[in-house]
Each structure stands twice: as structure tokens, then as C-alpha cells.
Design a binder for this molecule. Structure first.
Ligand SMILES: NC(=O)c1ccc[n+]([C@@H]2O[C@H](COP(=O)([O-])OP(=O)(O)OC[C@H]3O[C@@H](n4cnc5c(N)ncnc54)[C@H](OP(=O)(O)O)[C@@H]3O)[C@@H](O)[C@H]2O)c1
Length: 215
């Protein structure tokens, strides 16, 4: 079977780990970034040389997206909380016959442990940003859900790089529930590539957490 061809849009903290995880899985990887020099600094020449295509442009530009999505099976966004980007990516995924969009949301937007209470209500004591994050991620999720495409929304707590993947992040994956306050970029990337390459989480909001031993 031919390996899935993935396009990663936005290579920041999460996006870099998405690239590395996809390459580790021997997938053909293309990226769309706004700044190629920054990409070179972040990834290094050796990793850059392993990429199928480097597209430079804005992820909200329909023409740029149509070019970048030629022969692509799955799109993973390295940027969330941006309704304009969600709208354009979802529309381009549909237009170009891409099989799936994997998108980062936030833990505010899954359910709390009881399965009834929206998690942002449990987190409101953390500050006014919680409700704002819920609204912003919610707007993106609505757009993607209504676009008539296949998708997976990953809803992490705080993310940061730890330099390594946890031995068993798979065991922490939850469907539409809060998994915990922190997930490393490396673990998040592993979960997102699982979501990209299997149908296990299609049309779901999922979360995962890195065990508390992480910094
Ligand atoms: N970090 C967290 O704690 C956390 C927690 C929950 C959810 N999230 C969600 O996860 C996403 C990824 O997190 P992160 O920490 O990796 O963020 P990040 O380091 O800021 O990376 C975001 C990347 O997206 C790129 N980008 C933004 N708008 C773009 C556009 N229109 N077209 C192309 N590229 C674009 C940025 O590129 P430039 O370099 O050109 O600006 C940047 O490289 C966030 O956007 C957020 O919604 C993050």
C-alpha cells in the first residue's frame, strides 16, 4: 500500500514535531510555511532535505492551498485557534479531495470527566482566558464540522517540547474527555499522526496527556 502523503501547515512548536514524527514513520512529508528561513533554522538542513515539498505562503490563501494540496492525502495543521485558517483549510481539503484534516483545538472544548459538563466550566477558575479559548476553538471546530469533510480535532492542555516521546502516550488517549493539563509536543505529534494514518478517531474530538514526570 502506498504511504499517506501528508501536508503540515504551520511549522511552530507542534508543527516541527509533526514533521519529525511523520518522517520517522517514513511518510512523504510536505510543509506550508510563511517563512522559509525560519523553517531552515528550526528544522536544520538535514531534515529539510527529507521533505517532499516546501510551499511558502499563507495558509489562508486559497491559491497557495490548492497548489500545496496536490497529491496530498492528509492535512495536519500546526496552528489552531484561527477561524480564518480553519475555514480556508477545510474548504481547500474539500475542494482538493484530501481524505482528512487534523486540527489542534484545546482541552477547554472536550467534556470533563463526568461526560456532561463542558470542560471549560471546570477550568474557569484558571482565568478569563479559559472562556475566550473555548469560544475561539469552538468557532474553529464548528467551521470544520460543518465543512462536510473528514476530520480529527486534537484538544490538548498546555503543550511544550520535552525532547522525547513518552513510552505509552497511546494509553492516555481520550475521546471527547479531558486527558490532563499537559501534553508534550512530541506526544501530541504521535497522537496526531495516529489520527492521521488510521480511521480510529475520525470525526472525533480527542485528547491525550504526558505523565506528570514531564517538566
Ligand atoms: N502551545 C500550547 O500550549 C497550546 C495549547 C492548546 C492548544 N494549542 C494550539 O496548538 C497550536 C500549535 O501550538 P504551538 O505551540 O505549536 O504554536 P506555535 O509555536 O505558535 O506555532 C504555530 C505556527 O503556525 C504558523 N502559522 C500561523 N498562522 C499561519 C498561517 N496563516 N499560515 C501558515 N502558517 C501559520 C506560525 O508560523 P509563523 O512562524 O510564520 O508565525 C507558527 O509557526 C496553537 O496554534 C494553538 O491553537 C496550543
Amino acid at each position: 500500500m502506498k504511504p499517506l502523503r501528508v501536508l503540515i501547515v504551520g511549522v511552530g512548536g507542534l508543527g516541527k514535531c509533526l514533521v519529525l514524527e511523520a518522517l520517522e514513520r517514513d511518510l512523504p512529508v510536505s510543509v506550508l510555511v510563511r517563512n522559509q528561513e525560519k523553517l531552515r533554522d528550526d528544522l536544520g538542513e538535514a531534515t529539510l532535505a527529507k521533505l517532499e515539498n516546501i510551499h511558502v505562503g499563507d495558509g489562508t490563501d486559497a491559491q497557495v492551498l490548492d497548489k500545496a494540496m496536490q497529491d496530498i492525502d492528509v492535512v495536519l495543521s500546526g496552528r489552531g485557534a484561527a477561524p480564518d485558517l480553519a475555514r480556508e483549510l477545510a474548504a481547500a481539503v474539500k475542494r482538493n479531495g484530501v481524505k482528512k484534516l487534523c486540527w489542534p483545538g484545546g482541552t477547554t472544548n472536550v467534556m470533563a470527566e463526568d461526560g456532561i459538563t463542558p470542560n471549560y466550566k471546570e477550568l474557569q477558575h484558571l482565568g478569563s482566558w479559559v472562556e475566550q479559548a473555548y469560544a475561539l476553538h469552538g468557532a474553529c471546530i464548528d467551521i470544520i464540522r460543518k465543512a462536510g469533510i473528514n476530520y480529527v480535532i486534537f484538544c490538548p492542555g498546555r503543550m511544550q517540547g520535552t525532547g522525547r516521546r513518552s513510552p505509552d502516550v497511546q494509553a492516555t488517549i481520550r475521546i471527547n474527555r479531558d486527558a490532563g493539563p499537559f501534553v508534550s509536543y512530541e506526544d501530541a505529534a504521535w497522537v496526531l499522526l495516529e489520527a492521521a494514518t488510521t480511521d480510529s478517531y475520525d470525526h472525533q474530538l480527542i485528547s491525550a496527556a504526558t505523565p506528570q514526570t514531564a517538566p
